[in-house]
Design a protein around this ligand. Structure first.
Ligand code: FES
Ligand SMILES: [Fe+2]
Length: 475
């Protein structure tokens, strides 16, 4: 007798148990086996350009102070006081040389080191009783960055971020490295949607198929130069390393003409030529594909589009970065940033920002259209019937698993990974397969190296090591 397939077996078949979009147990498993290990985007270096600049960002329930210290180094401190656990920094962003806990007033330098304990002598017996030396706010288990994008992993043994991103970094450059100066961000806007976090991540990764239906009105009002929303089927979807995305097919032309077609001014085009590899330039100039929406597993997405921002037919591109921060199985906090090349002309920056606000963010027209679907899907996934339903996520795949459309050859598409022209759910399957791999793979018993924080040694045992602040954790 063969055993019943697990939800993970079904997901790998492209048949998705509908309840995974609203299931408390699944969410607990995601927290335990996925969000405890993956690299998660929290901030961009340009948000904290000066020493002391900080932003407070969350990784699920954990709050971190992401700060540039006096030496210019970027740190992420767990935002919990070493004394009785009060949240040390309550502002969302700012500049501070020190953080003082509101409860009893312990204070920490922006590099995390503890400096001030009120009544240190009277209450603790001074340095002999509580040595401040070496005591720091708890650092994020792992911190790494790519093109100034700061990621945290809750796994102290996480692989380097570049290894984790793999070939997806090739595509990330289009959004985050358009010149040697990199990008600058505005935002984030933050808001809560009553939808499961996976839906948005899947949508941005590869759902070109929803555009003609969900976003008809945006096209009908003439926001885009293209008169028909189904223009998207001429683009491709690609998956490379730990992420994937969508592209639009551009009209005939060379690199300059095609970049001008989406609205980039010549001076920005010149700088792109200096920072992008020949393959990166060929995807646009030779193959005629322009990147659009994308997702890096698990919960960061990007978008690049070029609506009309002013009267007339001229379009202008914008870039946006977002995270789908899970709050529960049916609530997601979205953080959405506007991104622009730091070297872009001021006028371009302003119009590009306007383009972003029209399309995405809490005022964005696409946003309103999308979220209506995602909330409804999440609600419907809650009931008992959803437990009997396998959703069909096999678009682009024949019965035997072979693709409806052959992948593009390296000559047709210079980017890494696998790319297919037309509608398909290749990327949604890639994303969910990765999700299944993480969820099925139990977190191994691990421990973290203790950090010694000054505290009173046991009486009569002056040599004894002071208790550690960082406790050993096992999954
Ligand atoms: S809890 Fe922070 S000083 Fe007491
Ligand atoms: Fe959409």
């Amino acid at each position: 007798m063969t055993s019943k397939p697990t939800i993970f077996d079904e997901v790998r078949e492209g048949m998705i148990p509908a309840h995974i979009y609203n299931d408390r147990e699944i969410f607990e498993l995601e927290k335990k086996n996925l969000f405890s290990r993956a690299w998660l985007f929290v901030a961009h270096e340009s948000e904290i350009p000066q020493p002391g600049d900080y932003v407070v960002r969350k990784v699920l329930n954990d709050s971190f102070i992401v700060v540039r210290d006096e030496k210019g180094e970027i740190k992420a401190h767990f935002n919990m006081c070493l004394h009785r656990g009060m949240q040390v920094c309550r502002a969302e962003m700012g500049n501070a040389s020190h953080f003082r806990c509101p409860y009893h007033g312990w204070s920490y330098r922006n590099d995390g080191r503890i400096v001030g304990l009120p009544f240190h002598q009277e209450a603790y017996g001074g340095e002999a009783g509580f040595s401040r030396k070496g005591a720091t706010l708890l650092p994020a288990p792992s911190l790494d960055s790519y093109n100034g994008m700061i990621f945290i992993s809750m796994d102290p043994d996480a692989p380097p971020l570049a290894e984790y991103l793999g070939d997806f970094a090739f595509y990330l450059d289009y959004y985050t490295k358009q010149s040697t100066s990199g990008i600058e961000l505005r935002g984030p806007q933050r808001w809560l949607v009553n939808a499961n976090w996976k839906i948005g991540a899947e949508n941005f990764a590869g759902d070109m198929y929803h555009t003609p239906q969900t976003h008809t009105s945006v096209v009908e009002i003439g926001l885009f130069r293209e008169p028909k929303a189904e223009k998207r089927k001429d683009g491709n979807t690609y998956w490379a390393g730990n992420g994937g995305g969508t592209t639009y097919k551009l009209p005939e032309g060379d690199l300059d003409e095609r970049l001008r077609y989406v609205g980039y001014p010549d001076e920005m085009i010149e700088r792109m030529k200096q920072v992008w590899s020949q393959d990166q330039l060929d995807v646009i100039g030779k193959n005629g594909f322009m990147i659009s929406a994308a997702s890096a597993f698990p919960n960061m997405s990007l978008v690049h589009n070029w609506p009309k921002v002013e009267d007339g037919d001229d379009v202008l591109p914008f870039i946006s970065i977002r995270t789908w921060q899970p709050v529960s199985e049916n609530e997601t906090e979205i953080l959405s940033w506007f991104a622009v090349d730091a070297n872009a002309p001021e006028e371009f920056k302003e119009l590009s920002y306007k383009a972003y606000l029209m399309c995405f963010g809490s005022t964005g027209m696409f946003e309103q259209d999308d979220v209506e679907n995602w909330v409804s899907l999440t609600n419907t996934a809650k009931g008992s019937m959803a437990r009997r339903l396998l959703l069909n996520g096999r678009m682009g795949m024949l019965k035997d698993g072979s693709p409806v459309v052959a992948p593009l050859t390296p000559n047709e598409f210079a980017g890494p990974g696998e790319a297919h022209v037309g509608y398909g759910e290749y990327n949604q399957r890639h994303l969910l397969n990765r999700w299944a791999d993480y969820l099925e793979n139990e977190v191994s018993e691990g421990s973290v190296r203790p950090v010694v924080v000054g505290a009173q040694p046991a009486e009569g045992d002056a040599e004894m090591q002071a208790p550690s602040t960082e406790r050993e954790v096992s999954a």
